[in-house]
Design a protein around this ligand. Structure first.
Ligand SMILES: [Zn+2]
Length: 354
């Protein structure tokens, strides 16, 4: 039978197909789902922190049950085949708390998962066709990135996850990582995000400007990752580390409150959980201590090398975002004018939830 899937599911399918979600070979079955939620592991023992599931409508279940092979189709084109193994209806109310650490239905990740469906189909897939849309040119597959790492002759590559236009604290982190490891994969996440987050065009344009004008191009790979933000904090940090390992990174930079939202997670929870599973993840976790502007040193610095705690001016992503929204000036202490100019006068924020 043919099963039409929506764009979100297609993106997930593609990530499985290109090996970004390795060791996943298909959409999770019921036993995969509970094993991942309860133990952060697939039933075979391999670490995996978040559900990757395919919603189906209730009315299709009888037909699916009769089928040995399912043709997954997006906008009337077959994009993969699937061997159906498991149809299930998870008890979200009971289990989502384990993923997001909260029962609060206004949590954006919780909300997205609840809205995605009630019934799910698990099974291994045979991936046939990549996503083509206006963001395709931004993306690089694990194969592309591994090839590029070889071409550039990079021994170590640190993965940097972002969903923002870069300010000077971000730049400082990138510079430190370049100095320490000699190679960087800057991988903005451009899947489904929440209202008020930056649009992919703004993030990619500004990073292109930053790399072209201020950073060593032959040590950096820029490629977007098209997958949804889940705002699952510590679990999602593990997810992001695992993905970067699949792209060939040797190190992964984890910030404070990585993949967090509101105040659902502790500042260091994501870093600590990642560190705990570092060995199994087969990628080194690098904890980032937030750089700030020191008004005494007159530069961006960190607690490791500056002692002027009274002169510390934190660089707030939220304040910069608000200044950009209201067209207020931003000091070049915090953000390069070239970056601001590259996105000025354009639409740069997501306006609705979808
Ligand atoms: Zn200082």
């Amino acid at each position: 039978m043919r099963l039409n899937i929506n764009f979100d599911s297609y993106l997930e399918l593609e990530k499985i197909g290109i090996g970004a979600f390795k060791p996943l070979k298909g959409f999770m079955t019921e036993s995969d789902f509970y094993s991942v939620v309860d133990h952060l592991r697939l039933p075979n023992g391999k670490i995996f922190p978040l559900p990757v599931i395919l919603p189906i409508s209730y009315s299709l279940i009888p037909e699916i049950k009769k089928s040995k092979k399912i043709y997954l189709s997006y906008k009337n084109t077959t994009v993969a085949t699937m061997e159906p193994e498991s149809i299930f209806k998870p008890d979200f109310k009971k289990y989502i708390k384990k993923i997001f650490g909260t029962n609060d239905e206004s949590h954006p990740g919780y909300k997205m998962l609840l809205a995605s469906g009630k019934y799910f189909l698990g099974g291994s897939i045979n991936f046939l066709k990549k996503v083509e849309n206006k963001y395709t040119s931004y993306e690089k597959t694990p194969l592309d990135v591994r090839k590029r790492i070889k071409e550039l002759g990079l021994k170590y590559v640190a993965g940097f996850q972002t969903r923002n236009v870069p300010h000077k604290a971000h730049e400082h982190i990138l510079q430190l990582a370049l100095q320490e490891y000699g190679g960087l994969l800057i991988q903005p996440l451009i899947g489904k995000k929440k209202k008020g987050d930056f649009l992919p065009e703004a993030v990619m344009t500004s990073y292109n400007v930053l790399i072209k004008n201020f950073l060593p191009e032959n040590k950096i790979i820029l490629g977007a990752l098209t997958t949804s933000m889940r705002y699952a904090g510590p679990r999602e940090a593990i997810f992001h580390a695992l993905i970067r390992r699949n792209y060939g990174c040797t190190h992964f930079l984890v910030g404070r409150d990585h993949a967090g939202v509101g105040d659902y997670y502790g500042e260091y929870e994501a870093q600590n959980l990642c560190k705990k599973y570092e060995k199994e993840l087969k990628i080194k976790i690098v904890k980032i201590r937030g750089p700030f502007y020191c008004d005494k040193c007159k530069k961006i610095t960190t607690d490791d090398i500056c002692k002027h705690s009274k002169h510390k001016i934190p660089i707030s992503g939220t304040a910069i975002r608000n200044a950009l929204i209201n067209n207020n000036p931003i000091s070049d202490k915090f953000m390069r004018p070239e970056i601001i100019n590259s996105i000025k006068g354009k639409e740069i924020f997501i306006n609705d939830e979808d």
